[in-house]
Design a protein around this ligand. Structure first.
Ligand code: ZN
Length: 216
């Protein structure tokens, strides 16, 4: 069986398993979706939203791109955000990055990566804004980790500052934006920050690395 045929076979077995454990799930999902969470994450194959949170289909609305960037110039991301809030009524938005992110690593190097560099400029901007924290790291590995974390916090700030989130908050919809990071080595998610409805800035989680505490 070739690799692509294997996908179809795996799908057939998965659908069979799900139907056995929850016979009504597919017919309920076919009627409507009622996800409670919007996930904005990296496209990296190791950070699959529903899989790492162990959720069945229908619970998580997902947008992924290189390095989990959420900027108002990205029409696709803004469309997902508006649909999630206005149509699906989602109130919990999670921006999730991960350590070892290739996009963040590329943004830290001076090499020419082609057109992706335009996208990565969003991370270079985060680096410039937080140069003190990144350059204050004890070694390049730690600096890389800090920038992965800072990128999440800044994307949380970006999401909270969008017109769609601010308008929804003004109308009394309590939207909270969470910043998390996934540690591929342990398979665990870590909290970095949380932006409460109407707040000016995200609050840094007390368990986030000490170098980030000064941002809160
Ligand atoms: Zn990544």
């Amino acid at each position: 069986m070739d690799a692509v045929e294997e996908l179809l076979e795996r799908n057939r077995l998965w659908a069979q398993r799900v139907k056995e454990s929850d016979p009504d799930l597919f017919s309920a999902l076919a009627r409507r979706q009622t996800p409670e969470f919007l996930w904005i994450g990296c496209a990296d194959s190791r950070v699959s939203a529903s899989q790492i949170t162990d959720l069945p289909p229908g619970r998580m609305f997902v947008h992924r791109n290189v390095a989990n960037i959420a900027v108002p110039s990205d029409l696709s991301c803004m469309t997902v955000l508006q649909f999630a809030i206005s149509v699906l009524g989602i109130r919990h938005i999670i921006v999730c990055g991960h350590y070892g992110c290739g996009g963040v690593q590329a943004a830290m190097s001076d090499e020419d990566h082609g057109p992706i560099d335009d996208w990565l400029n969003n991370i270079r901007h985060v680096h410039r804004v937080h140069a003190r924290v990144v350059e204050g790291a004890s070694d390049p590995r730690e600096a890389f980790d800090r920038l992965c974390e800072l990128n999440v916090i800044e994307q949380v700030r970006n999401v909270a500052a969008t017109t769609v989130v601010r308008n929804a908050s003004a109308q009394g919809f309590e939207i909270t934006v969470y910043g998390w990071i996934f540690d591929i080595k342990s398979g665990k998610l870590k909290k970095l920050c949380r932006h409460r409805p109407g707040a000016a800035d995200p609050e840094i989680d007390p368990e986030a690395p000490s170098a980030l505490q000064s941002l809160g």
